[in-house]
Design a protein around this ligand. Sequence first.
Ligand code: UD1
Length: 372
Amino acid sequence: MKILSIVGARPNFMKIAPIAKAFRADRDVEHVIVHTGQHYDEKMSESFFHQLGIPRPAINLEVGSGSHAAQTAEIMRRFEPVCLKHKPDAVLVVGDVNSTLACAVVAKKLWVPVVHVEAGLRSFDRRMPEEINRIVTDSICDVFFTTSPEAETYLRAEGVPRGRIFYAGNVMIDTLMENTARARASEITGKLGVAKGEYALVTLHRPSNVDTKEALSGIMRALQAIQKKIPVVFPAHPRAMKNIRRFIPKRDLASLKNIRFVEPLGYLDFLNLTMNARFVLTDSGGIQEETTVLGVPCLTARENTERPITITEGTNILVGTSARRIVAEAEKILKGRAKTGKRPKYWDGKASGRILKILKRLHQRGKLERCA
Ligand code: UD1
């Protein structure tokens, strides 16, 4: 069985790592990794390949940055000849980034079956680029691997036959569990001069939060108040840092003395910071899941989430971008009233093994493609 897997942006790398490991260990699988080059920095891309032991991609499409249309079009243009040359039995895409959508469309038009890992997530917010990517990808996919039960409900409502949906668990948690011991050994807290359990960790990158002055200022006002009570570590995504410099006056920035702005971190350092944080404030999808598994309180700076299980079962709370709401929830945590939670079913480190087994079974029966 020849599978061509797509990675493009940072959150894809930790999802493909355990899949690549499972595929490599199986003699019946030929696995070819294609990197679209959507993320290209050492810090946004390269370091994950080293740290997580992901095999070098056989192909790098080197598309780089651009508007959504330009980036998506360029990925499609460059991926088509690769797909034609390799003639895989299936193309496997993960998550919801532009690379996911672009490669799914290309493969499907070449009649190559498409497998989506992390299918069926819905925020029901169509102003979010990732939501469009999720809906379009799932509308043409053949095999759907889900991370939570409600994903199956949404996919069924969109007409996906039950027999095509498999609750495999969460591959991102496979990576987390595989790397917990190594992450514990990281010395990042010492390097940043913060004590374990006594700092807040912040990440922001969603266009809706960092591309407008209004939203970004609300969150920064909250951070202004929070850093007076507890040190804040903020590994800033390039998009966030660019806009913080653009929208926040220099004088205000200089007054944030208890915030450590650092560049995007590698996986192990970041996981260490997450597991040792008093709480996390984020707008990332994956971090909502990681904090749930680690039992670390998570405040999500969004009005909705495509990962509601992190709220119903985990440690996550939606706080939006209003400074008042963010600070109020942070204060509850600092006063010892943090939300607790439990680990969702199948977030157990074995998701990629389940995915491999199911794909092999479908392939042997000639059923990788959805015929309906
Ligand atoms: C992308 C994904 C998002 C994911 C996020 C994680 C889409 C629609 N969005 O958003 O789902 O959560 O990645 O990071 O696919 N840049 C660099 N270096 C890089 C990569 C990007 O400086 O290695 C800069 C770009 O020049 C651009 C900005 O970061 O200005 C945004 O990059 P882009 O790939 O467009 O989207 P993200 O916001 O990273």
